[in-house]
Design a protein around this ligand. Structure first.
Ligand SMILES: [Zn+2]
Length: 132
């Protein structure tokens, strides 16, 4: 695979803060890859750093090593469209995430994957989303 983006992030931030931030990113999707749904083992930049992408939550999504490595320096949405496991709901989730709407992104991911593990009670979560 290509150079792991996470290594660079670690250089930018104090280690502890970085680790907490990274954990929180994985928590949003229940530790599953935003692209294919497999366990997420890395953080991927939606807009690659080589194209000016920043290491912010909006630009960083949980990804498995296979997707992260295969995507490499491509724009996430362009790359994702070409994948066999392409799912328009996930594509919308990626877009929502990169626009900073993590709530919408998570709802779309739940829709794409009924076995989504983060929230056990969908109905309850719905009301929480509305109240927020
Ligand atoms: Zn993946």
């Amino acid at each position: 695979m290509h150079i792991n983006d996470a290594v660079f992030l670690e250089d930018l931030c104090p280690k502890f803060r970085f680790r907490e931030w990274r954990k929180s990113i994985h928590r949003f999707t229940g530790k599953s890859c935003i692209y294919c749904g497999k366990p997420s083992e890395s953080i991927d930049h939606v807009l690659p750093r080589s194209q000016g992408g920043l290491s912010t939550t909006e630009n960083c999504v949980p990804a498995c090593l296979s997707c992260n490595g295969d995507k490499s320096d491509e724009n996430a949405l362009y790359w994702y469209r070409k994948q066999k496991f392409y799912d328009p709901r996930r594509a919308m989730a990626i877009r929502a995430w990169s626009e900073g709407d993590l709530r919408l992104a998570i709802r779309l991911l739940q829709w794409a994957n009924p076995n989504f593990k983060v929230n056990h009670n969908y109905k309850k979560d719905e009301s929480e989303f509305r109240a927020a």
